[in-house]
Design a protein around this ligand. Structure first.
Ligand SMILES: *[C@@H]1O[C@H](CO)[C@@H](O)[C@H](O)[C@H]1NC(C)=O
Ligand SMILES: *[C@@H]1O[C@H](CO)[C@@H](O)[C@H](O)[C@H]1NC(C)=O
Ligand SMILES: *[C@@H]1O[C@H](CO)[C@@H](O)[C@H](O)[C@H]1NC(C)=O
Ligand SMILES: *[C@@H]1O[C@H](CO)[C@@H](O)[C@H](O)[C@H]1NC(C)=O
Length: 409
C-alpha cells in the first residue's frame, strides 16, 4: 500500500515536473542560454505604406544584403493594418491592392486601401469590391504589419510572394569580439536566432505548402534556394515551410551526404531540393498571431554538431544538434534574415487557388559568437543520431517508470 502510494506520488511528481519542462520559454532565456549578445529590431513604419513606399522603407531601414533591395515580389509587399485589430483579415480578396508600385500614387496613406484599377493586373476586376481593403487610418493603436500577397495561381518562379536577404549584423566590417567567452575564429556571428510573428487569415487555403522566412548564411547570397543545392562551402539556408493543413517544418538547404543523415525518422531528404526537418512537429493555425523563434548554430567543420532549434509560441517544436550545416570555414557566419515566402513547390499543383495574404510583425535577430561546441560525430563517418529532447519523451518515460513501479507491487 505504501509502496503503491509512493509509486503514484513519484509518478505524478515526475509528470508534473515534465509538464513544467513543456511550458513556454521566454526569448530572453534562449538568448542567455546561447550567449546571443547582439540583437537587431526590424523597424516598422507607424503608418500604412503602399508597395512603392513599403519597398523604399525596407530598402532604407532593413539593411538588405548589398543594399540591393528586394530580390523580387516588390509589388506583393505593403504595410497594412494589424489583422488582429482591424477588418483586414481578408481571406480572398479578388482585387489587388498592391499594384500601386506600378501606379503613380505617392501618398503614404493610400497604401493598403488602394483599390484603384491601374490597368496593370491581369486579374484585376472592378466587379469584386464587396470585400474591401481596410481604411488606412484603421490602425487602432497598433503599428501596421508587413503584408505579403500571393496572387491566384502563383507558385515559386517569382510569381507571387517575395524574397529578400537582410544581414544587419554581419556586414563585412562586423567583428565579433572573441573575448565574449565563446571563441570565434571568423570574427562573425556563428550563432543566430530569428524571431517573428506570422498571421494566416481565417480560411487560408494551405494547398500543398509554401515557404516562410528563416535564416541563411555564407558568401553565396544567391544559392541555397530554388533548387540551387549547397556543397557545404558557400551557403546554407533554413527557412520554414507550411505543408498541407498547416503542418510546420524547417526546410533546410544543407549537406545531406553524411552517412545515415537522410535515414533518420525526422529527416526527409529530396534529391533536388531542400531537406525537411521534423515535418509536422508543430502546426500553424489561422486567424491569430503565432510566434516563431528559429535558432541556428554552425557546426565545427568536420563535426556533425550543428544546431537547428525552433520554438512555436514559446514551446520547443524541434531540436537538431547533430547537423552538418557547412563543410568549410569559408562559410563563416549565419548571415541573417532570409525573408522568402511563396507557394511551392515546383509545379502548378502547388499554386495558390486564390489571392491570399500572410502578415508579419516583431521581426528580430539575435546573434552571438562561437560555433557549436557540442560533442558530435565526425561529419564524414557514421550517422549521428537525432537528439529529440522533447518534453513528450519525458512524459512517456515517466509513465513507463510509473507502470514499472506498479508492476513491481
Ligand atoms: C557561450 O555559449 C554557451 C552555450 O553554447 C552559453 O551558455 C554561454 O552563455 C555563451 N557565453 C557567452 C559569454 O556568450
Ligand atoms: C527591440 O524591441 C524590443 C521591444 O519591442 C525592445 O525591448 C528592445 O530593446 C529592442 N531592441 C533593440 C536592439 O532595439
Ligand atoms: C561549451 O561552451 C560553454 C561556454 O563557453 C562551456 O560552459 C561548456 O562547457 C562547453 N561545452 C563543451 C562540451 O565543451
Ligand atoms: C541559382 O544559381 C544561379 C547561378 O549562380 C543563379 O543565376 C540563380 O539566380 C540561382 N537561383 C536562385 C533561386 O538563387
Amino acid at each position: 500500500m505504501s509502496t503503491l502510494t509512493t509509486s503514484l506520488l513519484f509518478l505524478s511528481a515526475v509528470i508534473s515536473y515534465s509538464t513544467i519542462t513543456v511550458s513556454a520559454v521566454s526569448v530572453s532565456s534562449i538568448v542567455s542560454q546561447y550567449g546571443l549578445t547582439n540583437s537587431y529590431n526590424f523597424t516598422f513604419p507607424d503608418q500604412t505604406l503602399n508597395s512603392a513606399d513599403a519597398n523604399t522603407w525596407i530598402n532604407n531601414q532593413w539593411t538588405l544584403y548589398n543594399k540591393k533591395g528586394v530580390d523580387w515580389g516588390n509589388s506583393d509587399l505593403v504595410f497594412s493594418p494589424d489583422p488582429s485589430t482591424s477588418s483586414s483579415t481578408i481571406v480572398r480578396r479578388q482585387e489587388s491592392s498592391t499594384s500601386s508600385s506600378k501606379s503613380s500614387t505617392k501618398s503614404k496613406t493610400s497604401s493598403a486601401s488602394t483599390s484603384s484599377t491601374t490597368g496593370t493586373g491581369t486579374s484585376t476586376s472592378t466587379a469584386t469590391t464587396s470585400v474591401s481593403s481596410p481604411l488606412s487610418t484603421a490602425l487602432n493603436g497598433q503599428p501596421p504589419a508587413l503584408r505579403v500577397e500571393y496572387p491566384k495561381g502563383s507558385y515559386s518562379k517569382k510569381t507571387g510572394g517575395t524574397q529578400f536577404y537582410a544581414n544587419p549584423l554581419t556586414s563585412s566590417n562586423a567583428k565579433v569580439a572573441s573575448s565574449s567567452g565563446n571563441s570565434t575564429t571568423s570574427g562573425q556571428y556563428e550563432r543566430m536566432m530569428l524571431s517573428y510573428d506570422v498571421w494566416f487569415p481565417t480560411g487560408y487555403a494551405w494547398n500543398q505548402g509554401g515557404k516562410l522566412p528563416g535564416l541563411r548564411g555564407g558568401p553565396d547570397a544567391r544559392g541555397c534556394s530554388g533548387g540551387n543545392e549547397t556543397d557545404g562551402t558557400t551557403c546554407f539556408s533554413t527557412r520554414l515551410m507550411w505543408r498541407s493543413g498547416g503542418a510546420g517544418e524547417v526546410y533546410a538547404y544543407i549537406p545531406t551526404s553524411q552517412k545515415g543523415f537522410c535515414s533518420q525518422s525526422q529527416v526527409t531528404c529530396n534529391s533536388d531540393y531542400g531537406t525537411s526537418l521534423a515535418r509536422g512537429s508543430f502546426s500553424f493555425v489561422t486567424g491569430q498571431w503565432q510566434t516563431i523563434q528559429l535558432l541556428v548554430v554552425l557546426n565545427e567543420v568536420g563535426t556533425a554538431n550543428g544546431i537547428v532549434e525552433l520554438w512555436y509560441n514559446g514551446i520547443q517544436a524541434l531540436q537538431f544538434q547533430n547537423l552538418v550545416l557547412r563543410t568549410s570555414s569559408n562559410l563563416n557566419s549565419v548571415g541573417g534574415l532570409f525573408f522568402s515566402t511563396f507557394f511551392g513547390g515546383d509545379d502548378q499543383s502547388w499554386a495558390t487557388p486564390t489571392d491570399q495574404f500572410t502578415y508579419y510583425r516583431n521581426i528580430q535577430l539575435f546573434a552571438g559568437a562561437g560555433q557549436s561546441n557540442l560533442t558530435g560525430a565526425k561529419a564524414t563517418k557514421s550517422s549521428a543520431y537525432l537528439n529529440t529532447n522533447l518534453g513528450v519523451w519525458s512524459i512517456l518515460g515517466a509513465v513507463m517508470m510509473g507502470l514499472i513501479g506498479m508492476s513491481v507491487l
